[in-house]
Design a binder for this molecule. Sequence first.
Ligand code: HEC
Length: 148
Amino acid sequence: MPILAGMPAWYLKKAIDDYAAGRRPSPEMEPFSKMVKTLGADEVAGYFAAQPREASQSKVDRTAIANGRTASATCAACHGEDGRGNQAKGTPDLTGQPPGYLLNQMKLFKAEKRSPGDATLTSIKVFMKSIDDKTLADLAAYYSSLGR
Ligand code: HEC
């Protein structure tokens, strides 16, 4: 599960919209996303965005972090050198998120299970498919380690 504290409101709202519409398939999140929309997505997103960021406490291996840093050059074009994302490009902040969450999302992209059929994400999925799972785990460790 991602850390919501400090998540930029625009990205949280996009995730809620995608889950609620079934574009980002999740049996767990679809009903709750519909509830958030009924309650008021602006208010809920604003509430989490205003909370101080807290990085994941999950342990990450130093070797994995170093390997992930080396592998991250291409990611930086979209997610930024600091991994903090860019609203104009629609890219989320990856820093400090739990490594398990980051890895799972990359595997979902790779398996065409996150936002299947979303043409705007095709290049990301093609790119993820070209990276082996060990390197994806290294990338997850690296981005999780940033901002701690
Ligand atoms: C072409 C631009 C692009 C590149 C290159 C790219 N990403 Fe992304 N990434 C995105 C966008 C856009 C999203 C948000 C998709 C959405 O809105 O669902 C995203 C989402 C993610 C997510 C999900 C985060 C979350 O909060 O759910 C992870 C993890 C991720 N990217 C990791 C990476 C890594 C690691 C690399 C390098 C191997 C990479 N990305 C390369 C554009 C890119």
